[in-house]
Design a protein around this ligand. Sequence first.
Ligand SMILES: [Zn+2]
Ligand SMILES: [Zn+2]
Length: 255
Amino acid sequence: MRFASLGSGSQGNALIVEAGTTRVLLDCGFSVRSTCQRLARLGLQAEQLSAILVTHEHGDHLAGVFSLARLHGLTVYLTHGTYMASARHRLAAACCRIIDGQHAFVIDDLEIQPYPVPHDAREPVQYRFTDGRHYLGVLTDTGTVTEHIVDTLRACDALVIECNHDRDLLARSRYPAVLKQRIAGRYGHLANEQAADLLCQIDVSRLQHLVAAHLSEENNRPELAVRALAQALGCAEEWIETADQQTGFDWRQLN
Ligand SMILES: [Zn+2]
Ligand SMILES: [Zn+2]
């Protein structure tokens, strides 16, 4: 199993997970054209995708989903709440499959476990992937780390974890107070120290890859996110990668 990012942040998100010949796109917050350019950087074409999974209806995750799906005949997997909330963007010809936000399902060589997260969307979920040998946990767009999140992500071999903001930078930023409250609130986004605290609560002994994702370009700096996570793990900062808005991150292989 291997994974890569097409880009990550408030301007758009998309992650790709591959096992054998199965390749699923997790969210697509970019235009079709931009998505195809980003896929090409990873040596892929949209025709090689197996399906699209959606976490929630916010534009930075949904913008390109239905046009890409329609263009390439891909099935879109999403919760009922996300399906209802995305009615405006949905295109008649795009094929949707409603998932239960608590129950695992299989797409060819990948087993996918959705899990609910507290975020200000209709029925947001995040996902954990396995090819039967390794586990990849993805967590972005959550305001709080719940016990259920800790339980789902314990003992993963790779983690992509939101480090949205540094609390001090957010407090001092030019954002209006109401937006600051939304971001820092229970249904907003994870701060660096919340992500670090999550790492302290799970078994990281199998961890081969750790990527900080969904960083705010206004309210965070890659070095702050990396420092917080490295301190929590007691590892070298070089070992931790950050996903950025323009380039995401290159393929990471699980062995
Ligand atoms: Zn987002
Ligand atoms: Zn969101």
